[in-house]
Design a protein around this ligand. Sequence first.
Ligand code: SF4
Length: 310
Amino acid sequence: MMQQTRIETGTAYWHGFLERWPTIDDLARAEEDDVLKAWQGLGYYSRARNLLKAARLVVSSHGGEFPKTSASLRKLPGIGPYTAAAIGSICFGESVAAVDGNVIRVVSRLFDIDLAIDSPAGKRAIEQAAETLVPTHRPGDHNQGMMEIGALICKPKNPTCGLCPLQVHCTSRAAGTAKQRPVKHGKMTVKEVAMPFVVLTDGLKVAMVQRPKPGIWAGLWTFPLAADVHENLGKPNGPAAPSFTHILTHRRLYLSFELRVWSGPAGDASEGLGDSWRWVSWSEAEELAMPRAMEKIWSHAAKSAAKVYI
Ligand code: SF4
């Protein structure tokens, strides 16, 4: 919950989850739709889905007891090497390195590693070097200390080496290469994607579609995509819709919508759009779990629809 989220925001969600599903058995029995709805606003919905899958697996395969080693934790959905090592070391005292972005930077500087961290050889070198540092006594505190040094002292642009408890051991400080570490090769490419939607409404009800799995926003609800509606109901002749930009990790989305007033029977409009389609009241639609991008256009869409019918 806390990744990519402010702690104050995440904390409220955390308490909300615990109130609603106090034990792992309660969570394992939850409906996916309810979990997604409770997660709404935190983004990265695959985490919510994985949380539910992991709870179910802990109940079905581990007798309801959380696994205690990083190797077994890694087998749970949504738990990668970093999280597994963090839980293993902090919660269960396992001597294993938790290597996140901050720790990568500290280790690459401490050992002056000049291999690119986005290459397999660079990753291996960082992980191996990080493992050599982990003590058997209080490994969780060590890992948290490394993360804190990375966050507060060994910063990306201006490391404050004079305050650093590692300064006498630091190879890149001695070599004057700290600012060139870590080395990175590739730049992440961001794909630009246009996503026009249709707000199809008869005034009281509006068409919503559950996104297929796998894929972007899997299991969440959006207005139907324009391409699907146009195929069934023809092209629009109304004015161009306002557009909104929404940035995801690897994609920049250009979202827009057109308002289409529907006066025929609901069944005719949904024909050919499959089982994922639902024709619901505006207030029911608001209760569905939607991606944050859809929330951006929601109030504009609702206002445009209201104007037509008032
Ligand atoms: Fe980072 Fe400087 Fe500390 Fe080295 S001495 S780990 S470069 S802050």
